[in-house]
Design a protein around this ligand. Sequence first.
Ligand SMILES: C[S@@+](CC[C@H](N)C(=O)[O-])C[C@H]1O[C@@H](n2cnc3c(N)ncnc32)[C@H](O)[C@@H]1O
Length: 274
Amino acid sequence: MVIDTGMRIETSGAFVHGVRGDVTQLEALNQNISDAPTIRWRGLEFDLPNQDVYPPKKASLLLASVATSRVQPSDRVLDLCTGSGVIAIAVARIAGVASVHAGDINPHAVASASLNASRNGASIVALVGDLDGPFEPGLYDFVTVHPPAVPYPAPGSWGLSWGMEIATNGGIDGTDVAIRSVLAAKRSLREGGRLLLLLPRWCHFERVLDVLRGNFRDITESAVQPIDFFPATEGRPENDAMGHMQRLVDARAIRLEENNGTLFSYASVIEAYK
Ligand SMILES: C[S@@+](CC[C@H](N)C(=O)[O-])C[C@H]1O[C@@H](n2cnc3c(N)ncnc32)[C@H](O)[C@@H]1O
């Protein structure tokens, strides 16, 4: 996997231009945009140019709803793990925030976020990189993040696309990137700034909460919703991925339930102050 962390894409209104990056590469990434499925939510539209970008799902929209109700137009907002850009774009368009930065390690996601921003007339700066790597520390009033948090057996996978594996792989108990995201958010926030973290209970929720308690204050659960465990249906689980989940359930590390043959868990938005 080759990731160009030097690529920078700025989106402003209808314009998408690479500042240090390769625009031709971005155009190639999005050449199938006209065939892409469209997701609509609260007057916004999201095109998904390829299967390597995580589409806005119910959990994404839960975080977008909470975020738009918390931020003020003058806030500086950083959306880590931006994917399609849904949260960054919602904050810019629905809450009218002028300064929205977004990052993702997957260049396809950053290109998609930039195109979705243009399509919705949102002004965001989207950068490729590992979590807070490309962003100035101590600057932001809010950090939003919906990290990959699906447990993966080692070795083994859920048989998802390359991009969807990056978007879901949270390591053995689902917490690897979530914990790193909490620490990245702490570095990025100003004193008194606020983290909004989307965390599913199909990862080892308590382990992430412990790290939050050690680094943030006034931690609250602002919203909870049931969400389908999509890797079981959208992927082709291999190497005993389901058995791995069952063992985590038996150890009371994660929560996964069944309703009429559909596996589901719960997604929470955790709010915490630096
Ligand atoms: C669960 S998806 C969330 C996407 C979007 N924020 C949403 O709510 O729909 C997680 C995203 O994190 C990105 N990601 C995974 N590891 C990352 C890392 N180390 N640094 C930055 N982004 C990462 C993936 O590429 C993916 O787009």
